[in-house]
Every structure is written in structure tokens, then in C-alpha cells.
Design a binder for this molecule. Structure first.
Ligand SMILES: [Zn+2]
Ligand SMILES: [Zn+2]
Length: 130
């Protein structure tokens, strides 16, 4: 498995992933809508496989008692989501350097989705988590 890299727009957050990455899942929950401005499309990886090559502008927002969201305090890029107790971390797919080579066919928390968006025909859709 080759190393994948990614960053926020300004480069204050840069990371490398050395292990397998999950397929991309779209999350349409209110927290993802309100922080991203749309819905979130994210892969996830083992925390042990993620190396921060720069965390100079990384700020964590505790969106709930159980999870936090990592964003850039300079360019505003949304980069990470993680449960406080867990061994995986979600990486927002748009921050990956291309090509990602990851499929995107699944959507969760569609019950909370915005009225202007409909998942593509044939995608897997879940009202809450999958
Ligand atoms: Zn940035
Ligand atoms: Zn969400």
C-alpha cells in the first residue's frame, strides 16, 4: 500500500496515510452540513496509519461529547472527524491529493439531508448510520 497525502488549502495541515482507506461515505447530518457548507464526503483510516506532517493550524472543535472535528484555523478547511474513544479517524475526501482511487456510493443520515440534494440513482442510502 503506497502512502497517500493530503492537506488543507493553505497547507497548515498536511498528513500522510500509510494504510488502507475505506470507501468514501457521504454524511448528511446537520453537524456535517453546518460545518462543511454542504455534506461531508469522507474516507476513514486507522489512527495508527495517519501521520501529521504539519499540524500548525489544526484546531479541534468538540461538536459533541463523543466526537471532535479537526479544521484549519487559517483557511477554514474541514479535514478530520474522530470519535474520542476509537481507533479510526475520518478524513474529508476533498483534502486528499489526487487521485484518491476511492469509490463513493454510500450516503448516511439522509433523513437530515438538505432539500437541494438527492443522492445519485443506485447509491446506497441510509436514514441514519449504516
Ligand atoms: Zn489551511
Ligand atoms: Zn455527519
Amino acid at each position: 500500500m503506497s502512502t497517500k497525502t493530503g492537506s488543507c488549502l493553505c497547507g497548515g495541515i498536511e498528513y500522510e496515510v500509510s494504510g488502507p482507506m475505506r470507501e468514501i461515505i457521504g454524511c448528511h447530518c446537520e453537524q456535517c452540513r453546518k460545518t462543511s457548507g454542504h455534506h461531508v464526503a469522507a474516507t476513514n483510516v486507522a489512527k495508527a496509519d495517519l501521520t501529521m506532517t504539519s499540524d500548525a493550524t489544526l484546531t479541534w472543535y468538540h461538536a459533541s461529547d463523543t466526537a471532535q472535528r479537526g479544521f484549519c484555523n487559517t483557511c477554514g478547511g474541514n479535514v478530520f472527524w474522530e470519535r474520542l474513544e476509537g481507533d479510526k479517524i475520518s478524513i474529508f475526501a476533498g483534502t486528499l491529493d489526487l487521485p484518491t482511487e476511492l469509490p463513493f456510493k454510500r450516503h448516511i443520515f439522509v433523513k437530515d439531508k438538505a432539500d437541494y440534494f438527492t443522492p445519485p440513482e443506485g447509491d446506497e442510502v441510509f436514514a441514519e448510520s449504516d
